[in-house]
Design a binder for this molecule. Structure first.
Ligand SMILES: [Zn+2]
Length: 237
């Protein structure tokens, strides 16, 4: 009995030594039905921008690396008119980060940012995505914001991204960019609503975290079936 136990233990040890891949978590391999979505990595949200996200620049090298393993990549740009409904400066007596009620619900008021055609609204020059196939612009209706790359803030007006991805046969989206608790979260949750599997690659995002909004966003995303993963779940180094 004792000898048999020892033999079994030895066999198990031998298996572990010969087949380490059996004991390591397997990597996610993006395929032709997977798309990387790069949300709002624009000058306005990076260091020195009009609405800089803390640590925002740190997502750039991670996204550049991720882009090498995706054959489908779509980029989004926040693209506001001057005097946009989401700007505090549009309302007398309002300051950035306060809120107001608009026809579609509560709107956080932001500093003026990502105004169409300005350098502030340009995609970061450090982002190297030569294989990206689509740039989708959002938030261009003066009276309505659009955190999500799929639907504007009324939860009705489509940007066209879902149709594009479906026509291309995409089933799973991997969302990266800025900011985790606003445009990334809304994009990932609306991806689920549109019928896609959705993952947020956490270390390829940074949050604004306004009054606990980052933890709240993760909770909402999890409830909607968005998976929280890290770039190391995909990349081998
Ligand atoms: Zn905006």
């Amino acid at each position: 009995m004792q000898r048999r136990t020892i033999l079994h233990a030895g066999a198990a040890l031998g298996l572990a030594a010969l087949s380490p891949q059996l004991f390591a978590a397997s990597k996610i391999k993006p395929d032709a039905k997977s798309a990387l979505i790069v949300v709002d990595v624009q000058n306005c949200f990076l260091e020195g921008g009009t609405l800089a996200v803390k640590g925002g620049n740190e997502v750039v090298p991670v996204i550049n690396k991720l882009s090498t393993v995706f054959e489908n990549i779509a980029v989004t740009q926040d693209w506001h008119t001057a005097g946009h409904a989401s700007f505090a400066s549009t309302y007398s007596g309002k300051k950035p980060f306060e809120t107001t009620k608009l026809t579609y619900g509560t709107q956080v008021l932001w500093p003026d940012h990502c105004v169409q055609g300005t350098d502030d609204a340009a995609v970061s020059k450090d982002l190297k995505l030569p294989t990206a196939q689509l740039i989708i612009r959002k938030g261009f209706h003066k009276e309505m914001d659009s955190y999500s790359a799929f639907e504007e803030a009324d939860h009705k007006t489509a940007t066209g991204l879902a149709g594009y991805l479906k026509a291309r046969g995409i089933k799973t989206v991997y969302v990266t960019g800025l900011a985790t608790d606003f445009c990334v979260a809304w994009t990932a949750m609306d991806a689920r609503k549109a019928g896609f599997a959705a993952c947020v690659i956490e270390d390829a995002t940074r949050g604004i975290d306004l009054d606990g909004s980052l933890a709240a966003a993760w909770k909402q995303m999890t409830a909607k079936g968005v998976k929280r993963i890290q770039s190391t779940d995909i990349l081998s180094t």
